[in-house]
Structure formats: C-alpha cells, structure tokens
Design a protein around this ligand. Sequence first.
Ligand code: NAD
Ligand code: ZN
Ligand code: ZN
Length: 361
Amino acid sequence: MAQQVSGIVAMAKGEPVSLQQILVPDPGPGEVVVAIQACGVCHTDLHYREGGINDEFPFLLGHEAAGLVELVGEGVTNVEVGDFVVLNWRAVCGQCRSCKRGRPHLCFNTHNATQKMTLLDGTELSPALGIGAFCEKTLVAAGQATKVNPASSPSVAGLLGCGVMAGLGAAMNTGGVQRGDSVAVFGCGGVGDAAIAGAVLAGASVVVAVDVDDRKLAWAKEFGATHCVNSSETDPVAAIQAATGGFGADVCIDAVGHPEVYRQCFEARDLAGTVVLVGVPRPDMTLELPFIEVFGRGGALKSSWYGDCLPERDFPMLIDLYLQGRLPLDQFISEQIDLDEVEEAFHKMERGEVLRSVVVM
Ligand SMILES: NC(=O)c1ccc[n+]([C@@H]2O[C@H](COP(=O)([O-])OP(=O)(O)OC[C@H]3O[C@@H](n4cnc5c(N)ncnc54)[C@H](O)[C@@H]3O)[C@@H](O)[C@H]2O)c1
Ligand SMILES: [Zn+2]
Ligand SMILES: [Zn+2]
C-alpha cells in the first residue's frame, strides 16, 4: 500500500519551495523504498526550483541522501531490508554501448524507478535527479542504492550522493590528478572544496583555490589549498602561473559552470594540461575560445558527469577512507536543519554562508 509522507516540493518556477504530503508507492520489480535519514542541500536543487534544468514542475527536491532500505521489490539482489545506503543518480544499465565497452561510469542509459511518486491529488512528481530525498521516504531503482559501512553518520555518507562525489571525482577520476601535480580549482563551494580534497588525496603538491568570496577561500584552505586567490580582486591566471613557477597548472577545474571561469581555466593551464568542467552551465550560455590555442595548448578539455564515479566502486571506498581519518567529510557540513528549512538553506547558499546544509530526519 502506498505510504503518505512529508516532502519538499518546488511547485512552480522561482517560487519558494513548500512542505507537501506525498504518496510513495510500494516498490515494483527492481525498485526499493528507502527511509531517508539525511539529505544535503545542493546548488542543483536550486537550479531545479529556478527552472534551470527543465520545466517538469512540480519537483520533489533533494538528492544527496543516505538512509535505510525499508522495502525491496521483486528481483532486487544488490540490497536487503535494513541496509545502510547512499543514493546515487547514475544507476548504470550494464547493457548500453558504453557499459558494454567496459565504461559503465559513462553509462548512456542510467535508470530510475519506473513508478511515480505523487501529491495526494494524484499529480505526478518529478524527483530531482531521479531521487527526491527531501522526504521521509523515497522510491528509487535498486541500482540507485549503494551499500556503505554503517559506522559513518547518515549526514556524512549522504554527501557522497552528489556534490562531494562530483568534486572528488572531478579531480581524481576525470582530471586524473597524480602525485606532484599542480591543480587549480575555480569556485570553492561544496563541489570545489571536494575537488580540492580530492587533489590533496591524490598527492597534488600545489593546489590553488579561486573564488570571489574570501569566506569560501578560508574554508578552501582548511581542505588543503596551498594558495588562495580572490578573482574579483586579482587576475587568477597570473596568480596561478606565479604559484606554479610561471607555467600554469596541470589540471584546472571549473566548479562554477560559467564561460568566463571556463576561459580562465583554459588560460591558467600549462601546456598539455587538462581542463575539467564540473560546474553546470545554464542552457542559454555559449563559450568562445581562440581556436588556435585549443590546438596549440594540447592536452584535454573534459566534462565530468558526477565525477565520473562508479557508485559501487567509489562510495564504499570513500567512506572507508573517511572512517580511517583520511578524507575530512565532516568539514563539508555547515549545519544540520529540519525538512521545512530548505528554502532558508537556499538563501544561505546564495549568500555564501554555508558549504552544505544537511536536512536530518
Ligand atoms: N557535474 C556534476 O555532476 C555536478 C554535481 C553536483 C553539482 N554540480 C554543479 O557544480 C556547481 C557548484 O555546486 P556547489 O554546490 O559547490 O555550489 P555553491 O554555490 O556552493 O558554490 C559555488 C562557488 O562558486 C563561487 N563563484 C561564483 N562565481 C564565481 C566566479 N566568477 N569565479 C570564481 N568563483 C565563483 C561562489 O562564490 C561559490 O563559492 C553548480 O553548478 C552545481 O550545479 C555539478
Ligand atoms: Zn549503460
Ligand atoms: Zn547535487
């Protein structure tokens, strides 16, 4: 029987989000219901409510979550009732061209639950990134639930579900940061600071943090940035060259998703270096670059979907590193809030006051 729970919904473009009653169906074949214990507030939730992703309102927001598997549908084998899981938004299919070529982290046909969660009047909800976890319970495809060590708190584990994984992976997977590399990270929110933490974990010797907000730069330093640049006051390209013996960084990561920032990354990179775009641009943005430089500078311009992660491989490993004290995931949590405080958390995010607000159920 469908269960009635409370959840945070964006009813219309640009309007404040609100607490609504939601019906969560019993899991069908290949689906699970997860009782959510914690869910972080990500900039992508705000993009949804502003109509920046698509127009399929109403959205059930929230997607950086951890919780306990409560019900499993027919044929589910990867998790059992009671398992502690982190939810992911790229459940790989195993069948598409990319999966069959041995690149499941780039799966072209990731899947979500087939049944819909609804409002009480039957209006179908679009769950953010196919999850919808600002909610006491949510319905997902079984492949979206990844079992991790329950010794980690739900608030910390849930971070891996989106922004922190995207940032760590932008450095470690997409950027392929190696021991001794120089790395520059533009935009030091949750995603950018995770890229800094990932670069440090991978052994980078120079890590330059770039932001327009000094508070963010102070936090970036705590994650291991060796140099901090406020790009509203100082030319970041010159500053990155100065920090790298005049060369430029081996890996430049755009964690903002703005053409001007991307261009700064492009110019602040050493010859044959790598630019990684992990920030999400708005659909109306266009990019202009000197074409001869795209050739002449060599190297790679890459985009990072979800940090090129493979949840089954990466989530348990990163939680283990956290539990061993090698990955400071606690530092991302600025505050723990109630479900009905998500709208206020968006404002705090816009004012730059928080890295992550985490809803705790
Ligand atoms: N690729 C993925 O899979 C993925 C996953 C999660 C989030 N994202 C995206 O990553 C981006 C960052 O997310 P977040 O949660 O860290 O957001 P956030 O708002 O917490 O952080 C953005 C940071 O960028 C800084 N900034 C803004 N303009 C800047 C500029 N011109 N130069 C330098 N810094 C600037 C802000 O001060 C802020 O510190 C968003 O676009 C989000 O949608 C992508
Ligand atoms: Zn696939
Ligand atoms: Zn997110």
